[in-house]
Design a protein around this ligand. Sequence first.
Ligand code: GAR
Length: 201
Amino acid sequence: MKRIAVLASGRGSNFQAILDRINDGYIKAEIVCLITDKPGAYSIKRADKAGIAVRILDFDSFQSRDEYNENLHETMMEINPDLFVLAGYMRLLDPKTAKEFAGKMINIHPAILPAFTGLHAQKQAIDYGVKVAGCTVHFVDEGMDTGPIILQHVVPVFFEDDEESLTKRILKEEHIALPNALRLFCEDKIKISGRKVKILD
Ligand code: GAR
């Protein structure tokens, strides 16, 4: 059974979606640890409730970004799971960490990449006036939201939408897309070839 570690900075609804789909048997995996950069993250409560170990690396308690990155790297090396899942982890990983875990680290982003990377992707989509939006699950590389794409789920954007309504619609889809990607990974059905990802039947 694959060992998964989750990185999350906040509310953790995607983390919860993974937990739920492991509990109901859809994903055959074990979550071995939650890593968070925020001591107040609601994700910690979810992990505690599920009996999952938590490693808090409070970003603000480190002298510098480099020191934080070094500690995060060491923590990740120590846990050494089959897969790291960035589920609302709101920091860019340093190049060394991205390289070390290439092909073993996935992220969910609330946009149809490569459009609308970074923060407030849903607002960017509204402001641009796109007619479809959605979420992307992708492998993590050194860039921001740039790694090879595993899958994308699309939702409509309506004239009446604001950031809040679109965020809600996309989030619902994230909770389906991320478990789907994890299931594929855990069944060894994902093959990376350069920038392209093949899903095996
Ligand atoms: C999700 O919408 C996720 O896609 C986004 O943060 C939210 C976390 O929600 N991540 C990013 O924007 C990363 N670039 P959650 O804490 O409830 O899972």
